[in-house]
Design a protein around this ligand. Sequence first.
Ligand SMILES: Cc1ncc(COP(=O)(O)O)c(C=O)c1O
Length: 311
Amino acid sequence: MGPDDLSFVVNATSGINVIARSLPLAVGDELLSTDLEYGALDLTWHHICGKSGARCVCQPIPLPVTTAEAFVDALWAGVTERTVAIFLSHVTSATALILPIAEVCRRAREAGILTIFDGAHAPGQIDLDLKALGVDIYAGNCHKWLCAPKGTAFLYVRPEQQEWVESLTVSWGWKPGHTFVSRNQQQGTRDVSAWLATGAAIDFQTMHRWPEVRAACHARLGALRTRLLDRFGLEPIQPDTPEWYSQMASIPIPPPGDRAAFERRLFIDHGIEVPLTAHGDRHFVRVSVQGYTTDADLDALEKALVAELAS
Ligand SMILES: Cc1ncc(COP(=O)(O)O)c(C=O)c1O
């Protein structure tokens, strides 16, 4: 993997849109995805598939997840001879699960299926080696867990796949001799200062020994997860290992009633801003523990949830 394989984009959404708008889809082709994906990108793929007559197949994934093999088997129940590409989150949004994408890539390569990943939450939270994972295409955000400014994201495309990847804007980057990176980075006059700050964000995390920070955050999150599961008597949706969650976890809670109203109550009465999410009939508090999250923050959240939800 080299610098020609990775272009800055402004967010993971636009990176995936570059791919969705470029992918040559024919009538009857199938794009396989799951019921764990980010809503805005479900909209992207339904729009694109709808225009080309392709089918967007949403494969349900049973929860709790258990093993990488079981996950890939569940996904593969949606593969047919018409499947041309698989689109998956590396870290899911509502359920905050790290999906076993290396195993997906291995099986997809054997079957000649293109792999496209939404890594909005991965860089900084997961030690990311795109080559070792074996991905064909990967969009990642640097403005979340890597602590770079908003507007810093990247799109990686394996060299063999770059020719068909266009860009959302056609500009000077399309001069003769253009490349995947020139097409996607040279797009009229724009402010590139956020992109230029990405190196400083990486240096900051290196200087502050981020693998240790990450492990400490994971341990504190894991302890809170265990306490809340015990307190509410609910089953987790993932094994208690860093393979399935890192610094962000969706922890089951009893039904909170009107979610937006409960989020507001947590904010106004307890001074806590935290996303409440749901999947099917399961409800979660999605807790993110970054290096700056204190034990007092986590204690306050635990107390507020117990006060509001424990019967
Ligand atoms: C899984 C997932 N994909 C995509 C996105 C969108 O990221 P962005 O708005 O930076 O494009 C998010 C946002 O949180 C997300 O959780």
